[in-house]
Design a protein around this ligand. Structure first.
Ligand code: GDD
Ligand code: MG
Length: 364
């Protein structure tokens, strides 16, 4: 089978992390975002993966060559000379996606869930129409694309409304589709939106269905959601794959759902958790308190620091007795001085912070 991952876009909402690496290469749950997707696609029998990019493919190529070998898949970069939106890239990759009559998967690169590819393909085949969208229920549907069903029909979609201003329903587009190659005929090679143009057209012909997602889902394309998504993912693992988590009876683990890379070093008398991921080569000092946070590889948290609701970027250092909270994000190689307080600070790479950040702000 075939799949296309929509990777383009500058990931501006996940800055300052995306100033250093493209969004799909940022580690989520100690694993690069795109690897979660490639792994699940390969497991469902996908052998051809197209990455639709318009930004820094050279950084990605290195990692993806490794994944090609590891999962025995062929990964092709489809490079746009101008951003083609969410539908144009499908047309650009028509040669691969349309090479046979079998349907193909499409994924937004920033959605995390227990990807239901095999069940989705079976469901799509059973109804026989042109397209199927994975949907999930959320409380705040206005940030997403919302589906409205035909009266008395459980799966056939009547209307697709992207970012509705008025409430039309709470079942939203999870950013995962399976489409027949015939859909490619509906798309022109120009910047165009699958949500605004292609889906409404398929709906009008009664050819678009929804597939309900089981379990957790999150678009982790911005820091607040990245942290919430981490909580959901760790809680999912605690039920389905607890071996990936640090045993909850470890003396410093507090409240469970903690993932620590084996190469990380943890000091004495720390209290870690719940909802913490600690990446490779991280050094945590003595008496450190960590909760609801992500420490990316090579970062360092010194003695007695208190870190909550924060993403600590690669190779950054948090000083002794520092206090970080309220969705703070440190870019690559940031230094936070001893005893500094950061409240919702977004700190650009290579900065050294010597004064408190009392109100949420971007420090450049
Ligand atoms: N190749 C390419 N070219 N990819 C693009 C482009 C482009 O010009 N523009 C956006 N993308 C990619 C993004 O990188 C992302 O993976 C995906 O398309 C969706 O774009 P976002 O910018 O993340 O959209 P969104 O989160 O506001 O909304 C989308 O996702 C929601 C679910 O998270 C929509 O599909 C909504 O309907 C959906 O509910
Ligand atoms: Mg998104």
């Amino acid at each position: 089978m075939k799949a296309l991952i929509l990777v383009g876009g500058f990931g501006t909402r996940l800055r300052p992390l995306t100033l250093t690496l493209p969004k799909p290469l940022v580690e989520f749950g100690n694993k690069r975002m795109i690897l979660h997707q490639i792994e699940a696609l390969a497991e469902a029998g996908v052998t051809d993966i197209v990455l639709a990019v318009n930004y820094r493919p050279e950084v990605m190529e290195k990692y993806l060559a490794e994944y090609e070998e590891r999962f025995n898949v062929k990964i092709t970069f489809s490079i746009e000379s101008e951003p083609l939106g969410t539908a144009g890239p499908l047309k650009l990759a028509e040669e691969i996606l349309g090479k046979d009559e079998n349907p193909f998967f499409v994924l937004n690169s920033d959605v995390i869930c227990d990807y239901p590819f095999a069940d989705l393909a079976a469901f799509h085949k059973a109804h026989g129409d042109e397209g199927t969208i994975v949907v999930t229920k959320v409380e705040e549907p206005s940030k997403y694309g919302v589906v409205v069903h035909k009266p008395n029909h459980a799966s056939r979609i009547d209307r697709f409304v992207e970012k509705p201003v008025e409430f039309v329903g709470n079942r939203i587009n999870a950013g995962i589709y399976i489409l027949n190659p015939s859909v490619l005929k509906r798309i022109d090679l120009r910047p165009t939106s699958i949500e605004q143009e292609t889906f409404p057209a398929i709906c009008a012909d009664g050819q678009l269905h929804s597939f309900d997602l089981e379990g957790f889902w999150m678009d982790v394309g911005q820091p607040k959601d990245f942290l919430s998504g981490t909580c959901l993912y760790l809680s999912h693992l605690s039920k389905n794959n607890p071996k990936l988590l640090t045993p909850p009876n470890t003396p410093y683990v507090h409240g469970g759902n903690v993932m620590i890379d084996p190469s990380a070093k943890i000091g004495r008398n720390c209290k870690i958790g719940p909802n913490v991921t600690i990446g490779p080569d991280v050094i945590v000092g003595d008496g450190v308190r960590l909760q609801r946070c992500v420490l990316l590889s090579g970062s360092k948290v010194k003695d007695h620091a208190w870190v909550k609701s924060t993403i600590v970027g690669w190779n950054s250092t948090v000083g002794k007795w520092a206090r970080l909270e309220n969705v703070s994000v440190l870019g690559d190689d940031v230094t936070i001085g001893d005893e500094i307080y950061i409240n919702g600070g977004s700190i650009l790479p290579h900065k050294s912070i010597k004064a408190n950040v009392e109100v949420p702000s971007i420090i450049m």
